[in-house]
Design a protein around this ligand. Structure first.
Ligand code: DON
Length: 598
């Protein structure tokens, strides 16, 4: 429990103490109206390209590349490397993620560069002789680290869809690592908050804690080891990370200290190209298509299943108890299915077609009482099947465990002047991942905790309910909630979205889609609107503090347990103005989100 409590300084809580809207560039803020919370009430408008990320320096790196003639994929790769420098909690080269690409001509692809379990990993590796789960081992330190996928994924994205050289798109990141950047108040606070875990690892202590002297806001953070590593990658490509000097540094560091990753694990790592999940809807007189993330993300399946169930539900807004109740009940059922059925599709037969079928959604929907909360003790995973095919009793869910909430990951969106679009979410899992920094200057993930670390017991970081199919096994990808998503309206690019937030990713992304597609909110309003989250277990609605007490009381009267939380998700989205084609960048003011366009 100790680990969960210290690490879950999660997105739910983080935002409470943060100054608002800091990430919006000063020039943008001068021109933009602020709402009652001091958040921008309008999106950033630009006619060519737009980048929305957690950090102004990250967005700036993307726009620099777009202005130099790069396309959205070039820009996205530049952003990802830059965030690895300026947002160490989540931006990374030592983690993994997903990238959803839609080219202006209509071609779509999904790049899965999720981490995999090392060859020496075993199903019960975190279970002690006493049969109890060692919660720390899957979250902090050498044994929590899975084989990173980010560098391979970014290199593949660039080679397949980019137009520039790796060295060119990595230039902003190299500059930021080498010359340094000013430590913000938020970053200084983060280092302080993470000090107990970071100081246990020599390179983390030296680089991020200034050798114990700590950074003050305005100090310059230079990362020479990281700059050198980025330069080697820029020169030698992804092979540098997986079989070059960087690979040897990772393995030397870890093998001495109980980590599992070998040179063979690194050499074998492969990103995967997967088919995009798609679903069609009619709303407000327009045809919509949702392009979203397939397994090993659980999010795309969940979002389509939820949108299917909500098709006939009249949504009025989030000050309307009926609307919140119905969406929360839908979330409850979607998360019950997630727990039972979702896992690495390369090793498990995930019933994607059934789960995303409108007939199945209709059937599950009948169990919702529009007036009263259901109980998660009664609501279990359904029996997914496609229209016209009877549900089989054979596929009933396997052993399940339970769920919580999560620290840090990062989502960014990019649209270029030609209309190519990228939605990408990548992560170290917990904030600062395993807290282990390699001698090559970058943090390593703690993604092993996204597996079912002990069937029947919640995993340490998110307390997640998951199935035996997501058990640890060499080469398997742990199940993810990351859900980069793109919406088309009448066949044209309309909305690029996604979020961090552990399981809250799914709810935050779903709400952003509902706000844009169903409730027709302005883009910034769609991001600012208060968020809520139900994850089946525990049986309660998590609600941001912006909801009025009267709404919470009305939900309680319907039988919902509720809990107020800081922030749910950090959605950095880009909408397209259907009238002008302008790009409307809506970064999340809950963090340091910054939309920068030109
Ligand atoms: O892939 C996943 O679902 C998690 N590793 C994401 C972790 C996360 O979003 C943490 N926080 N914001």
């Amino acid at each position: 429990m100790r680990i969960r409590n210290t690490l879950c300084l999660c997105v739910f809580v983080l935002g409470l103490t943060l100054p608002v809207a800091r990430g919006q560039a000063a020039t943008e803020l001068r021109d933009r109206q602020l709402d009652a919370q001091g958040w921008p009430s309008q999106a950033v408008r630009a006619s060519h390209g737009m980048v929305a990320t957690d950090e102004e320096l990250g967005s700036g790196a993307g726009v620099e590349i777009l202005k130099r003639g790069g396309n959205a994929v070039d820009g996205a790769v530049a952003v990802a490397f830059a965030l690895a420098v300026v947002e160490p909690a989540a931006g990374n080269i030592g983690g993994g993620g997903f990238m959803l690409v839609r080219l202006a001509g209509g071609k779509t692809t999904f790049l899965d560069y999720r981490e995999v379990a090392p060859g020496k990993a075993t199903r019960d590796m975190y279970i002690g002789k006493d049969g109890k789960l060692d919660e720390e081992a899957s979250v902090i330190g050498y044994r929590s680290i899975a084989v990173p996928g980010t560098v391979a994924g970014l290199a593949l994205a660039l080679k397949t869809y980019g137009s520039m050289k790796l060295a060119d798109v990595m230039a902003p990141a190299i500059r930021l690592a080498e010359n340094g950047f000013p430590v913000s108040k938020r970053l200084a606070e983060e280092f302080e908050a993470q000090r107990p875990a970071l100081q246990r690892f020599a390179f983390s202590r030296r680089i991020f804690l200034n050798d114990g002297k700590m950074f003050q806001p305005g100090d310059t953070l230079r990362q020479p080891e990281l700059a050198a590593t980025l330069k080697r990658i820029a020169r030698n490509g992804a092979a540098e990370f997986y079989s070059g000097e960087t690979a040897r540094a990772i393995v030397d560091d870890l093998s001495r200290l109980g980590g599992l990753i070998t040179l063979e694990d690194l050499a074998k790592y492969q990103p995967k190209v997967r088919e995009v999940l798609r679903a069609k809807y009619e709303s407000s007189g327009h045809s919509w298509e949702v392009l979203t993330s397939p397994p090993p993300s659980s999010g795309g399946v969940a979002i389509i299943e939820a949108l299917n169930m909500l098709q006939t539900v009249p949504l009025k807004g989030w000050d309307d108890v009926e609307s919140v109740h119905m969406v929360a009940e839908v979330m409850r059922r979607v998360f019950a299915d997630r727990a039972a059925y979702l896992a690495d599709p390369d090793y498990s037969n995930v019933p994607v077609a059934g789960l995303t079928d409108p007939c199945y959604a209709k059937e599950v929907f009948t169990s919702i009482d529009p007036q009263r909360a259901s109980s998660s003790k009664v609501i279990k995973a359904g029996n997914p099947h496609t229209c016209g095919v009877a549900a089989s009793n054979a596929s009933s869910p396997e052993t399940l465990v339970s769920l919580g909430e999560g620290p840090h990951t990062t989502h960014f969106s990019v649209v270029d002047a030609a209309g190519n679009a990228v939605a990408s979410t990548y992560t170290l899992n917990g904030s600062y991942g395993s807290h282990v920094t390699s001698s090559a200057g970058f943090l390593l993930n703690d993604e092993m905790d996204d597996f079912t670390t002990q069937p029947g017991v919640p995993n340490a970081l998110f307390g997640l309910v998951q199935s035996e199919a997501n058990a640890i096994a060499p080469g398997h990808r742990p199940l993810s909630s990351m859900t980069p998503t793109i919406l088309l309206r009448d066949g044209k690019l309309s909305f690029v979205t996604g979020s961090p937030g552990g399981p809250g990713i799914i709810s935050a992304t779903l709400l952003s889609v509902l706000n844009w597609m169903r409730l027709e909110m302005e883009p910034q309003a769609a991001i600012n609107a208060p968020r809520f989250h139900h994850q089946w277990v525990p049986d309660r609605i998590f609600m941001e503090r912006a909801f009025p007490d009267s709404l919470e009381t009305a939900l309680n009267a319907r039988g919902h347990a509720t809990r107020r939380v800081g922030h749910i998700g950090l959605v950095n989205a880009i909408a397209i103005d259907p009238a002008t084609g302008d790009r409307l960048g809506a970064a999340d003011p809950r963090h340091d989100g910054a939309a920068v366009g030109y």
